[in-house]
Design a binder for this molecule. Structure first.
Ligand code: EPZ
Length: 420
Protein backbone atom coordinates (compact mmCIF):
# COMPACT_ATOMS: atom_id res chain seq x y z
CA UNK A 1 0.00 0.00 0.00
CA UNK A 2 2.95 2.39 0.69
CA UNK A 3 3.42 5.23 3.16
CA UNK A 4 4.92 8.69 3.19
CA UNK A 5 7.23 9.71 6.07
CA UNK A 6 7.37 13.49 6.47
CA UNK A 7 9.57 15.66 8.72
CA UNK A 8 7.53 18.66 9.80
CA UNK A 9 8.32 22.30 10.61
CA UNK A 10 10.42 23.00 7.52
CA UNK A 11 9.86 25.78 5.01
CA UNK A 12 8.94 25.46 1.36
CA UNK A 13 11.12 27.08 -1.25
CA UNK A 14 11.65 26.69 -4.96
CA UNK A 15 9.95 25.95 -8.21
CA UNK A 16 7.19 23.45 -8.95
CA UNK A 17 6.05 22.54 -12.46
CA UNK A 18 2.39 21.61 -12.74
CA UNK A 19 1.55 18.54 -14.79
CA UNK A 20 -1.35 17.87 -17.12
CA UNK A 21 -4.85 17.88 -15.68
CA UNK A 22 -6.14 14.47 -14.52
CA UNK A 23 -9.75 15.59 -14.95
CA UNK A 24 -9.10 16.90 -18.47
CA UNK A 25 -6.92 14.00 -19.63
CA UNK A 26 -9.36 11.23 -18.64
CA UNK A 27 -12.34 12.43 -20.75
CA UNK A 28 -10.02 13.23 -23.68
CA UNK A 29 -8.55 9.70 -23.49
CA UNK A 30 -12.09 8.25 -23.36
CA UNK A 31 -13.16 10.29 -26.39
CA UNK A 32 -10.37 8.87 -28.57
CA UNK A 33 -12.53 5.76 -29.15
CA UNK A 34 -15.25 7.76 -30.94
CA UNK A 35 -13.25 7.57 -34.13
CA UNK A 36 -10.75 4.91 -35.11
CA UNK A 37 -7.60 6.96 -35.75
CA UNK A 38 -4.21 7.90 -34.28
CA UNK A 39 -3.88 10.49 -31.50
CA UNK A 40 -0.78 12.16 -30.13
CA UNK A 41 -1.61 13.73 -26.77
CA UNK A 42 0.81 15.95 -24.88
CA UNK A 43 0.88 17.10 -21.22
CA UNK A 44 -0.82 13.86 -20.12
CA UNK A 45 -0.13 13.40 -16.38
CA UNK A 46 2.00 10.47 -15.23
CA UNK A 47 -0.53 9.11 -12.72
CA UNK A 48 -2.26 5.82 -11.86
CA UNK A 49 -5.68 6.88 -13.20
CA UNK A 50 -4.19 7.60 -16.62
CA UNK A 51 -2.46 4.23 -16.66
CA UNK A 52 -5.77 2.56 -15.81
CA UNK A 53 -7.59 4.37 -18.64
CA UNK A 54 -4.84 3.40 -21.10
CA UNK A 55 -5.10 -0.19 -19.90
CA UNK A 56 -8.85 -0.15 -20.59
CA UNK A 57 -8.22 1.09 -24.14
CA UNK A 58 -5.66 -1.66 -24.72
CA UNK A 59 -7.94 -4.40 -23.36
CA UNK A 60 -10.59 -3.16 -25.79
CA UNK A 61 -8.25 -3.65 -28.77
CA UNK A 62 -6.61 -0.22 -29.10
CA UNK A 63 -2.89 0.45 -28.81
CA UNK A 64 -1.60 2.95 -26.26
CA UNK A 65 1.95 4.03 -25.55
CA UNK A 66 2.92 6.50 -22.84
CA UNK A 67 6.21 8.19 -22.13
CA UNK A 68 7.01 11.26 -20.10
CA UNK A 69 3.79 13.18 -20.62
CA UNK A 70 3.10 12.01 -24.17
CA UNK A 71 0.47 9.41 -25.06
CA UNK A 72 0.32 7.84 -28.53
CA UNK A 73 -3.01 6.11 -29.03
CA UNK A 74 -4.44 4.23 -32.00
CA UNK A 75 -8.11 3.30 -31.66
CA UNK A 76 -8.63 1.71 -35.09
CA UNK A 77 -8.33 -1.73 -33.47
CA UNK A 78 -11.26 -1.33 -31.04
CA UNK A 79 -12.87 -4.80 -31.09
CA UNK A 80 -15.47 -4.82 -28.33
CA UNK A 81 -18.18 -2.69 -26.73
CA UNK A 82 -17.75 -4.28 -23.31
CA UNK A 83 -15.76 -2.20 -20.82
CA UNK A 84 -13.74 -4.44 -18.49
CA UNK A 85 -15.53 -4.49 -15.11
CA UNK A 86 -12.34 -4.87 -13.05
CA UNK A 87 -11.14 -1.47 -14.27
CA UNK A 88 -14.51 0.29 -14.14
CA UNK A 89 -14.55 -0.49 -10.42
CA UNK A 90 -11.04 0.92 -10.05
CA UNK A 91 -11.51 4.17 -11.96
CA UNK A 92 -14.91 5.81 -11.75
CA UNK A 93 -14.36 8.17 -14.65
CA UNK A 94 -14.34 5.20 -17.02
CA UNK A 95 -18.11 5.77 -17.05
CA UNK A 96 -17.43 8.51 -19.60
CA UNK A 97 -16.52 5.76 -22.08
CA UNK A 98 -20.25 5.05 -22.29
CA UNK A 99 -21.06 8.00 -24.60
CA UNK A 100 -17.89 7.51 -26.65
CA UNK A 101 -18.34 3.77 -27.29
CA UNK A 102 -22.05 4.21 -28.00
CA UNK A 103 -21.09 6.79 -30.64
CA UNK A 104 -18.53 4.45 -32.18
CA UNK A 105 -20.37 1.10 -32.12
CA UNK A 106 -24.05 1.85 -31.38
CA UNK A 107 -23.96 -0.19 -28.18
CA UNK A 108 -22.04 -0.54 -24.92
CA UNK A 109 -21.94 -2.78 -21.88
CA UNK A 110 -20.49 -1.28 -18.74
CA UNK A 111 -20.94 -2.01 -15.08
CA UNK A 112 -22.53 0.52 -12.84
CA UNK A 113 -19.67 2.47 -11.28
CA UNK A 114 -21.18 2.56 -7.79
CA UNK A 115 -20.15 4.91 -5.05
CA UNK A 116 -16.68 5.74 -3.66
CA UNK A 117 -15.06 7.21 -0.58
CA UNK A 118 -16.52 10.66 -1.16
CA UNK A 119 -20.16 9.83 -1.70
CA UNK A 120 -22.96 7.89 -3.40
CA UNK A 121 -22.25 9.38 -6.85
CA UNK A 122 -25.30 8.27 -8.88
CA UNK A 123 -25.27 8.57 -12.72
CA UNK A 124 -28.98 9.28 -13.20
CA UNK A 125 -28.24 12.52 -15.10
CA UNK A 126 -25.93 10.68 -17.51
CA UNK A 127 -28.62 8.09 -18.24
CA UNK A 128 -31.41 10.68 -18.50
CA UNK A 129 -29.44 12.72 -21.06
CA UNK A 130 -28.47 9.68 -23.17
CA UNK A 131 -32.04 8.39 -23.14
CA UNK A 132 -33.25 11.78 -24.44
CA UNK A 133 -30.84 11.37 -27.36
CA UNK A 134 -32.45 8.05 -28.24
CA UNK A 135 -30.34 5.54 -26.32
CA UNK A 136 -32.07 2.44 -24.91
CA UNK A 137 -30.64 1.50 -21.52
CA UNK A 138 -31.26 -1.71 -19.60
CA UNK A 139 -29.80 -2.38 -16.17
CA UNK A 140 -29.45 -5.90 -14.80
CA UNK A 141 -27.35 -7.00 -11.81
CA UNK A 142 -25.38 -3.77 -11.87
CA UNK A 143 -24.60 -4.06 -15.57
CA UNK A 144 -25.77 -1.39 -18.00
CA UNK A 145 -26.56 -2.61 -21.54
CA UNK A 146 -27.15 0.26 -23.93
CA UNK A 147 -27.97 0.38 -27.62
CA UNK A 148 -29.16 2.97 -30.07
CA UNK A 149 -31.02 2.66 -33.33
CA UNK A 150 -32.01 6.15 -34.48
CA UNK A 151 -30.33 8.79 -32.34
CA UNK A 152 -31.51 12.37 -32.83
CA UNK A 153 -30.14 15.66 -31.61
CA UNK A 154 -32.29 17.44 -28.99
CA UNK A 155 -32.28 19.90 -26.09
CA UNK A 156 -31.22 18.61 -22.68
CA UNK A 157 -31.70 20.55 -19.45
CA UNK A 158 -29.37 19.20 -16.75
CA UNK A 159 -30.91 19.32 -13.24
CA UNK A 160 -27.39 19.80 -11.85
CA UNK A 161 -24.21 20.94 -13.72
CA UNK A 162 -22.65 17.49 -13.43
CA UNK A 163 -19.15 17.23 -14.95
CA UNK A 164 -19.48 13.57 -15.89
CA UNK A 165 -23.00 13.85 -17.33
CA UNK A 166 -22.00 16.86 -19.46
CA UNK A 167 -18.99 14.94 -20.81
CA UNK A 168 -20.92 11.72 -21.55
CA UNK A 169 -23.64 13.62 -23.42
CA UNK A 170 -21.04 15.63 -25.40
CA UNK A 171 -19.19 12.47 -26.45
CA UNK A 172 -22.35 10.84 -27.74
CA UNK A 173 -24.02 13.90 -29.27
CA UNK A 174 -21.04 15.01 -31.40
CA UNK A 175 -21.61 12.21 -33.91
CA UNK A 176 -25.40 12.14 -34.19
CA UNK A 177 -27.13 14.09 -36.95
CA UNK A 178 -28.86 17.31 -35.89
CA UNK A 179 -28.36 19.94 -33.26
CA UNK A 180 -28.13 19.17 -29.56
CA UNK A 181 -28.05 21.74 -26.79
CA UNK A 182 -27.06 21.06 -23.19
CA UNK A 183 -28.53 23.65 -20.79
CA UNK A 184 -27.03 24.12 -17.31
CA UNK A 185 -23.92 22.11 -18.22
CA UNK A 186 -20.77 21.93 -16.10
CA UNK A 187 -18.53 24.94 -16.84
CA UNK A 188 -15.20 23.58 -15.61
CA UNK A 189 -12.03 24.35 -17.63
CA UNK A 190 -11.82 20.60 -18.26
CA UNK A 191 -15.13 20.79 -20.17
CA UNK A 192 -13.73 23.61 -22.32
CA UNK A 193 -10.63 21.49 -22.95
CA UNK A 194 -12.80 18.56 -24.06
CA UNK A 195 -14.71 20.85 -26.44
CA UNK A 196 -11.42 22.12 -27.90
CA UNK A 197 -10.14 18.57 -28.37
CA UNK A 198 -13.37 17.45 -30.09
CA UNK A 199 -13.19 20.45 -32.42
CA UNK A 200 -9.57 19.61 -33.17
CA UNK A 201 -10.86 16.18 -34.24
CA UNK A 202 -13.25 17.89 -36.68
CA UNK A 203 -16.45 18.09 -34.63
CA UNK A 204 -18.54 21.22 -34.02
CA UNK A 205 -19.07 22.05 -30.35
CA UNK A 206 -19.54 25.57 -28.96
CA UNK A 207 -20.41 27.27 -25.72
CA UNK A 208 -18.39 25.19 -23.23
CA UNK A 209 -17.75 27.34 -20.16
CA UNK A 210 -21.11 29.12 -20.58
CA UNK A 211 -24.72 28.32 -19.62
CA UNK A 212 -25.34 26.19 -22.72
CA UNK A 213 -23.30 23.94 -24.98
CA UNK A 214 -24.39 23.69 -28.64
CA UNK A 215 -23.39 20.62 -30.63
CA UNK A 216 -23.93 20.36 -34.39
CA UNK A 217 -23.65 16.59 -34.69
CA UNK A 218 -21.95 15.05 -37.69
CA UNK A 219 -20.18 11.93 -38.98
CA UNK A 220 -16.51 12.62 -39.64
CA UNK A 221 -15.01 11.76 -43.01
CA UNK A 222 -11.48 12.83 -42.25
CA UNK A 223 -9.74 10.48 -39.83
CA UNK A 224 -6.19 11.78 -40.13
CA UNK A 225 -4.13 11.65 -36.95
CA UNK A 226 -4.81 14.29 -34.30
CA UNK A 227 -2.33 16.11 -32.05
CA UNK A 228 -3.49 17.88 -28.90
CA UNK A 229 -2.03 19.35 -25.70
CA UNK A 230 -4.06 18.85 -22.49
CA UNK A 231 -4.45 21.80 -20.05
CA UNK A 232 -2.52 21.78 -16.81
CA UNK A 233 -3.99 20.73 -13.48
CA UNK A 234 -5.60 23.60 -11.53
CA UNK A 235 -6.21 21.33 -8.52
CA UNK A 236 -2.57 20.26 -8.40
CA UNK A 237 -1.60 23.96 -8.52
CA UNK A 238 -4.15 24.73 -5.78
CA UNK A 239 -2.70 21.93 -3.65
CA UNK A 240 0.78 23.51 -3.76
CA UNK A 241 -0.79 26.87 -2.92
CA UNK A 242 -2.39 25.26 0.17
CA UNK A 243 0.93 23.68 1.13
CA UNK A 244 2.71 27.03 0.81
CA UNK A 245 0.09 28.71 3.00
CA UNK A 246 0.53 26.22 5.85
CA UNK A 247 4.19 27.04 6.63
CA UNK A 248 6.79 29.73 5.89
CA UNK A 249 7.34 29.58 2.15
CA UNK A 250 8.24 31.17 -1.14
CA UNK A 251 7.38 29.04 -4.15
CA UNK A 252 7.10 29.56 -7.90
CA UNK A 253 4.31 27.64 -9.61
CA UNK A 254 4.99 27.14 -13.33
CA UNK A 255 3.01 25.75 -16.25
CA UNK A 256 -0.46 26.71 -15.04
CA UNK A 257 -3.16 29.03 -16.37
CA UNK A 258 -3.89 31.52 -13.55
CA UNK A 259 -7.49 32.09 -14.64
CA UNK A 260 -8.28 28.40 -14.04
CA UNK A 261 -7.79 28.64 -10.28
CA UNK A 262 -8.79 32.24 -9.48
CA UNK A 263 -11.25 31.22 -6.76
CA UNK A 264 -8.47 29.36 -4.91
CA UNK A 265 -5.94 32.21 -5.26
CA UNK A 266 -8.39 34.80 -3.92
CA UNK A 267 -9.13 32.73 -0.81
CA UNK A 268 -5.44 32.47 0.07
CA UNK A 269 -4.93 36.17 -0.59
CA UNK A 270 -7.75 36.83 1.88
CA UNK A 271 -5.93 34.57 4.35
CA UNK A 272 -2.87 36.79 4.08
CA UNK A 273 -0.61 35.08 1.53
CA UNK A 274 1.19 37.30 -0.98
CA UNK A 275 0.39 35.99 -4.45
CA UNK A 276 1.54 37.59 -7.68
CA UNK A 277 2.15 36.62 -11.27
CA UNK A 278 5.37 37.26 -13.12
CA UNK A 279 6.01 36.07 -16.67
CA UNK A 280 3.23 33.51 -16.35
CA UNK A 281 4.64 32.10 -13.10
CA UNK A 282 2.56 32.28 -9.93
CA UNK A 283 4.64 33.34 -6.94
CA UNK A 284 3.28 32.73 -3.46
CA UNK A 285 5.01 33.93 -0.36
CA UNK A 286 3.90 33.20 3.17
CA UNK A 287 5.74 34.85 6.01
CA UNK A 288 3.78 33.60 9.02
CA UNK A 289 0.50 32.38 10.43
CA UNK A 290 -2.39 32.92 8.02
CA UNK A 291 -5.83 34.25 8.91
CA UNK A 292 -8.92 32.03 9.09
CA UNK A 293 -11.62 32.53 6.45
CA UNK A 294 -15.11 33.11 7.82
CA UNK A 295 -16.98 30.77 5.48
CA UNK A 296 -16.22 28.79 2.32
CA UNK A 297 -18.86 26.86 0.36
CA UNK A 298 -17.82 24.36 -2.27
CA UNK A 299 -19.63 24.79 -5.59
CA UNK A 300 -19.44 23.84 -9.25
CA UNK A 301 -17.02 25.97 -11.31
CA UNK A 302 -16.36 28.90 -11.11
CA UNK A 303 -17.14 28.50 -7.40
CA UNK A 304 -14.65 27.12 -4.84
CA UNK A 305 -13.89 23.54 -5.97
CA UNK A 306 -14.83 20.57 -3.83
CA UNK A 307 -11.51 19.02 -4.96
CA UNK A 308 -9.73 21.68 -2.87
CA UNK A 309 -11.92 21.36 0.23
CA UNK A 310 -9.68 18.93 2.15
CA UNK A 311 -6.42 20.74 1.33
CA UNK A 312 -7.99 24.08 2.32
CA UNK A 313 -9.22 22.54 5.59
CA UNK A 314 -5.71 21.33 6.40
CA UNK A 315 -4.29 24.83 5.90
CA UNK A 316 -7.06 26.37 8.04
CA UNK A 317 -6.30 23.92 10.88
CA UNK A 318 -3.46 26.21 12.03
CA UNK A 319 -4.88 29.52 10.83
CA UNK A 320 -5.67 32.32 13.26
CA UNK A 321 -9.41 32.11 14.00
CA UNK A 322 -12.47 30.05 13.05
CA UNK A 323 -13.29 28.81 9.53
CA UNK A 324 -16.59 27.30 8.43
CA UNK A 325 -16.69 25.03 5.39
CA UNK A 326 -19.88 23.83 3.71
CA UNK A 327 -19.41 20.91 1.33
CA UNK A 328 -22.36 21.12 -1.09
CA UNK A 329 -21.13 18.92 -3.96
CA UNK A 330 -20.50 15.50 -2.33
CA UNK A 331 -22.41 13.91 0.53
CA UNK A 332 -19.54 12.36 2.49
CA UNK A 333 -16.30 14.14 1.76
CA UNK A 334 -14.98 14.61 5.32
CA UNK A 335 -13.14 11.31 5.76
CA UNK A 336 -9.91 13.27 6.35
CA UNK A 337 -11.32 14.98 9.46
CA UNK A 338 -10.64 12.19 12.01
CA UNK A 339 -7.11 11.89 10.63
CA UNK A 340 -6.48 15.64 11.03
CA UNK A 341 -7.93 15.40 14.54
CA UNK A 342 -5.31 12.71 15.32
CA UNK A 343 -2.73 15.44 14.54
CA UNK A 344 -4.34 17.83 17.00
CA UNK A 345 -6.67 19.75 14.69
CA UNK A 346 -9.78 21.22 16.32
CA UNK A 347 -12.52 20.36 13.80
CA UNK A 348 -16.20 19.64 14.34
CA UNK A 349 -18.49 18.41 11.59
CA UNK A 350 -22.28 18.52 11.50
CA UNK A 351 -23.54 16.90 8.32
CA UNK A 352 -22.01 18.82 5.42
CA UNK A 353 -20.71 21.66 7.61
CA UNK A 354 -17.28 21.67 9.24
CA UNK A 355 -16.11 24.18 11.84
CA UNK A 356 -12.33 24.53 12.10
CA UNK A 357 -10.87 26.38 15.07
CA UNK A 358 -7.24 27.11 14.21
CA UNK A 359 -4.61 25.77 16.67
CA UNK A 360 -1.03 27.06 17.13
CA UNK A 361 0.42 23.89 15.67
CA UNK A 362 -0.28 20.30 14.71
CA UNK A 363 1.59 17.25 15.96
CA UNK A 364 2.95 14.25 14.11
CA UNK A 365 0.95 11.01 14.11
CA UNK A 366 0.38 7.87 12.04
CA UNK A 367 -2.59 8.62 9.80
CA UNK A 368 -4.48 7.02 6.87
CA UNK A 369 -5.17 8.51 3.45
CA UNK A 370 -8.80 7.63 2.73
CA UNK A 371 -9.11 9.26 -0.70
CA UNK A 372 -7.10 11.31 -3.20
CA UNK A 373 -7.64 14.87 -1.94
CA UNK A 374 -7.94 13.83 1.70
CA UNK A 375 -4.52 12.21 1.32
CA UNK A 376 -3.02 15.42 -0.06
CA UNK A 377 -4.53 17.30 2.91
CA UNK A 378 -2.65 15.04 5.34
CA UNK A 379 0.62 15.81 3.53
CA UNK A 380 -0.12 19.55 3.92
CA UNK A 381 -0.87 19.09 7.63
CA UNK A 382 2.36 17.11 8.10
CA UNK A 383 4.49 19.88 6.56
CA UNK A 384 3.77 22.21 9.50
CA UNK A 385 3.43 19.56 12.22
CA UNK A 386 5.86 19.07 15.09
CA UNK A 387 7.78 15.81 14.51
CA UNK A 388 7.67 13.01 11.93
CA UNK A 389 4.30 12.05 10.43
CA UNK A 390 3.54 8.71 8.75
CA UNK A 391 0.76 8.69 6.13
CA UNK A 392 -0.43 5.23 5.08
CA UNK A 393 -2.33 4.13 1.94
CA UNK A 394 -0.63 6.72 -0.24
CA UNK A 395 -1.76 4.83 -3.34
CA UNK A 396 -4.80 7.10 -3.08
CA UNK A 397 -2.50 10.11 -3.59
CA UNK A 398 -0.48 8.55 -6.40
CA UNK A 399 -3.70 8.00 -8.31
CA UNK A 400 -3.95 11.72 -9.03
CA UNK A 401 -0.72 13.58 -8.20
CA UNK A 402 2.17 13.34 -10.67
CA UNK A 403 5.64 12.85 -9.12
CA UNK A 404 4.36 14.17 -5.78
CA UNK A 405 7.33 12.97 -3.75
CA UNK A 406 9.90 14.35 -6.19
CA UNK A 407 8.17 17.73 -6.51
CA UNK A 408 7.90 18.14 -2.70
CA UNK A 409 11.55 17.14 -2.21
CA UNK A 410 12.45 19.79 -4.79
CA UNK A 411 10.69 22.34 -2.60
CA UNK A 412 12.82 21.32 0.38
CA UNK A 413 10.43 18.88 2.06
CA UNK A 414 12.05 15.98 3.92
CA UNK A 415 9.78 13.22 2.70
CA UNK A 416 10.36 9.57 1.88
CA UNK A 417 8.13 6.76 0.65
CA UNK A 418 8.11 3.22 2.06
CA UNK A 419 6.41 0.24 0.49
CA UNK A 420 5.38 -1.44 3.70
C1 EPZ B 1 -15.79 15.18 -11.52
O1 EPZ B 1 -16.47 14.05 -10.98
C2 EPZ B 1 -14.34 15.06 -11.06
N1 EPZ B 1 -13.76 13.83 -11.56
C3 EPZ B 1 -14.28 15.07 -9.54
O2 EPZ B 1 -12.91 15.08 -9.15
C4 EPZ B 1 -14.91 16.35 -9.03
O3 EPZ B 1 -14.97 16.31 -7.63
C5 EPZ B 1 -16.34 16.50 -9.58
O4 EPZ B 1 -16.34 16.41 -11.01
C6 EPZ B 1 -16.97 17.82 -9.19
O5 EPZ B 1 -16.19 18.89 -9.58
C7 EPZ B 1 -13.32 13.81 -12.85
O6 EPZ B 1 -13.42 14.75 -13.60
C8 EPZ B 1 -12.69 12.54 -13.31
P1 EPZ B 1 -20.23 15.37 -10.99
P2 EPZ B 1 -17.96 13.67 -11.44
O7 EPZ B 1 -20.93 14.49 -11.95
O8 EPZ B 1 -18.07 13.84 -12.90
C9 EPZ B 1 -24.10 14.38 -8.33
C10 EPZ B 1 -10.98 14.43 -7.94
O9 EPZ B 1 -10.69 14.52 -6.74
N2 EPZ B 1 -24.59 13.69 -9.54
O10 EPZ B 1 -20.09 16.79 -11.33
O11 EPZ B 1 -18.28 12.35 -10.87
C11 EPZ B 1 -22.93 13.64 -7.69
O12 EPZ B 1 -23.33 12.60 -6.87
C12 EPZ B 1 -12.40 13.98 -8.37
O13 EPZ B 1 -10.21 14.69 -8.87
C13 EPZ B 1 -25.85 13.15 -9.54
O14 EPZ B 1 -26.59 13.24 -8.55
O15 EPZ B 1 -18.78 14.79 -10.67
C14 EPZ B 1 -22.20 14.72 -6.95
O16 EPZ B 1 -22.77 14.89 -5.71
C15 EPZ B 1 -13.24 13.56 -7.21
N3 EPZ B 1 -26.27 12.48 -10.64
C16 EPZ B 1 -22.43 15.93 -7.85
O17 EPZ B 1 -23.55 15.63 -8.69
C17 EPZ B 1 -25.47 12.34 -11.76
O18 EPZ B 1 -25.89 11.70 -12.74
C18 EPZ B 1 -21.22 16.28 -8.72
O19 EPZ B 1 -20.92 15.19 -9.55
C19 EPZ B 1 -24.19 12.90 -11.74
C20 EPZ B 1 -23.75 13.57 -10.62
Amino acid sequence: MGSFIIEGRNSLEGIVDIGGSKNAALPVLASTVINGREYLLENVPDIEDVRDMLEILEIMGCTAQYDNGVALIDTRGLNTSQVPERLVKRIRSSIILMGAILQRTGNVEISYPGGCEIGLRPIDLHLKGLRKLGVEIHEKNGLLSCSVAEPTGCEIQLDYPSVGATENIMLFAVGIPGKSVIYNPAKEPEIVDLQNFLNKCGYCVNGAGTGSIVIEGKKLKNTDSVEYKIISDRIEAGTYLSAASSIKSKIYIRNIEKSHFKSIISIYEDAGCEIRETHGIIVIENKGRIRAIEKVTTQPYPGFPTDMQAQFMASMATADGITIIEETVFDSRYKHVPELQKMGANITTIGRVAVIEGVDRLYSAEVEAKDLRGGAALVIAALGAEGTTKINNVYHINRGYEKFLYKLQNLGVIITETNE
